[in-house]
Design a protein around this ligand. Structure first.
Ligand code: DX5
Ligand code: ZN
Length: 218
C-alpha cells in the first residue's frame, strides 16, 4: 500500500490540529510539516512552536518534517525536541551534510534528504545508505499548489533502481509537490514512490477522507 503524508501547508491554520486529526483518522500515515525560512526558499511558513503545539494535541502522530531552510544543522535538535520523527533537509544546503545527518540521528530522529528540481539525482547517492527517507521535489520548493514537473518521475525511477541495487528495501521514497489523484500520483507510484506528499490535493479536497483513502489505494 502507498503511504500518504498530507502537507499541512495547505491546511486551515485556524484549526490545524483538527485538520490533522481528521486526515489521520482517515488513514494518513504521517503529517508532512513544511518549514520555510524565507532564505533557502522565498516563502516563510511556520517553525518550532507550531510543531510543539501539534505534538501536544496529537502525540501519537508521526511528524515528517521537511526543512527548506539554510541551516538545518543549527535546528535539527530543536525540531527533534519539538516532536519530529523524520527530519528531511536539502542537499543544496551549505551546512555540512554528514554532520547534519549525524545530528538528526543523535537527536533520535530518522534522517531524510531532498533535492530541488534542478539538482541531479546523483547528488544524493553518497548519502543514500545513511538515510531513512528520500524526498524528490515535484515542484520548486516554497509554495503549495504548483504544477508537477515530469522530471521528478525520472528521478524517482533512478532512485528506486539505486536503492534496489544497494539492497535498501526499507527506504521511504517520497515525492512532494504537485502530487494529485488520477494523474501525477499514480505516475509517481509507477516510477517507484512509496510515500506520497500531498498538500492541496488533500486539504483542499471536498471530501478529505475520501482523498486520503484514494491516495493510499494507489
Ligand atoms: C512545497 C512543499 C510541499 C507543498 C506541496 O515547497 O514542500 O510540501 O505543501 O503542496 P501541493 O501538494 O499542493 O503541491
Ligand atoms: Zn514539503
Amino acid at each position: 500500500m502507498t503511504k500518504l503524508s498530507p502537507s499541512v501547508l495547505s491546511a486551515d491554520f485556524a484549526c490545524l490540529a483538527e485538520s490533522c486529526r481528521s486526515v489521520l483518522e482517515a488513514g494518513a500515515d504521517m503529517i508532512h510539516y513544511d518549514v520555510m525560512d524565507g532564505h533557502f526558499v522565498d516563502n516563510i511558513s511556520f517553525g518550532l512552536p507550531v510543531l510543539e503545539s501539534l505534538k501536544k494535541a496529537l502525540p501519537q502522530a508521526i511528524y515528517d518534517v521537511h526543512l527548506m531552510i539554510t541551516h538545518p544543522l543549527r535546528y535539527a535538535a530543536d525540531f527533534a525536541k519539538a516532536g519530529a520523527d523524520y527530519i528531511t533537509f536539502h542537499v543544496e544546503t551549505t551546512d555540512d551534510i554528514q554532520q547534519t545527518i549525524d545530528a538528526i540521528r543523535a537527536a533520535g530522529c530518522k534522517p531524510g534528504m531532498s533535492l530541488k528540481p534542478d539538482t541531479p539525482v546523483e547528488a544524493l547517492f553518497p548519502w543514500l545508505d545513511q538515510l531513512s527517507l528520500v524526498l524528490v521535489m515535484g515542484v520548486e520548493p516554497g509554495h503549495g499548489g504548483q504544477a508537477f514537473l515530469n522530471s521528478a518521475l525520472d528521478k524517482l525511477a533512478a532512485l528506486r533502481a539505486e536503492c534496489r541495487r544497494r539492497g535498501l528495501g526499507e527506504m521511504l521514497l517520497s515525492v512532494d509537490g504537485g502530487v494529485k489523484l488520477g494523474t501525477t500520483g499514480p505516475a509517481c507510484v509507477a516510477a517507484g514512490a512509496n510515500l506520497l506528499v500531498a498538500g492541496s490535493a488533500v486539504f483542499c479536497a471536498q471530501d478529505k477522507a475520501k482523498a486520503v483513502a484514494e491516495f493510499r489505494s494507489l
